[in-house]
Design a protein around this ligand. Structure first.
Ligand code: GRF
Length: 195
């Protein structure tokens, strides 16, 4: 399966996907990495792995490039731009996103990256985690594919909490992509059944 990964930042989630696809544990190949930010280190990671990496800001160009590369699955790995309705409709239930909280907690507009952990840390949560879900027109509202929780009661700062949750992200994002590429994800009434 041909995969495109969209990044905006450091790209550690992208790296876990590069490692998983290039080690052969996923029946898919990352053919394109896109960022809305020229300086995103994730673009460097892609180039270092021999993968086409492009900074694209225009939605029509983005859609054109995805079609040119025959992309069948889009993965948002720390991508901080909202996708157009045209793109989400074109790739309905074929866009996967990773969110660093147990949705529906700490999600929606404004809850991204470190902000999620700042809110969670201030709230004094004892358990946190990450969610992998299909993208729908509602931000962070699509059908949930995988979630994993962990004890964060010992975290002494939001940064520490983010680091702890990232270990979960680096596991469940490749796992969700592996299941998708194996055709094991079935969406029915906004719920995901793993076959
Ligand atoms: C992570 O916190 C991820 O959960 C969120 O944005 C951040 C991206 O991290 N989506 P990285 O760029 O994958 O390292």
């Amino acid at each position: 399966l041909k995969i495109a990964v969209f990044v905006s930042g450091g790209g550690t989630n992208l790296q876990s996907l590069i490692d998983a696809t290039q080690s052969g544990s996923i029946n898919g190949e990352i053919v394109l990495v896109v960022s809305n930010r020229k300086k995103a280190y994730g673009l460097e990671r892609a180039k270092n792995a021999g993968i086409q990496a492009e900074c694209i800001k225009d939605d029509q160009l983005l859609i054109q490039r995805l079609k040119e590369e025959g992309v069948e699955l889009i993965v948002l790995a720390g991508y901080l731009a909202i996708l157009s309705d045209e793109l989400t409709e074109l790739y309905q239930n074929r866009i996967i996103n990773i969110h660093p909280s147990l949705i529906p907690a700490f999600c929606g507009p404004g809850f991204y990256g470190l902000h999620v952990h700042e809110h969670a840390f201030k709230r004094g949560v004892k358990v946190a985690g990450a969610t992998v879900h299909f993208v729908s027109p509602v931000v962070d509202g699509g059908p949930i594919i995988l979630q994993e929780a962990m004890d964060v009661s010992q975290a002494r700062s939001p940064e520490e909490m983010q680091k702890m949750v990232l270990t979960i992200e680096h596991r469940i994002l490749p796992e969700a992509v592996r299941l998708f590429c194996n055709g094991q994800l079935k969406v029915e009434n906004e719920r995901v059944e793993i076959l």
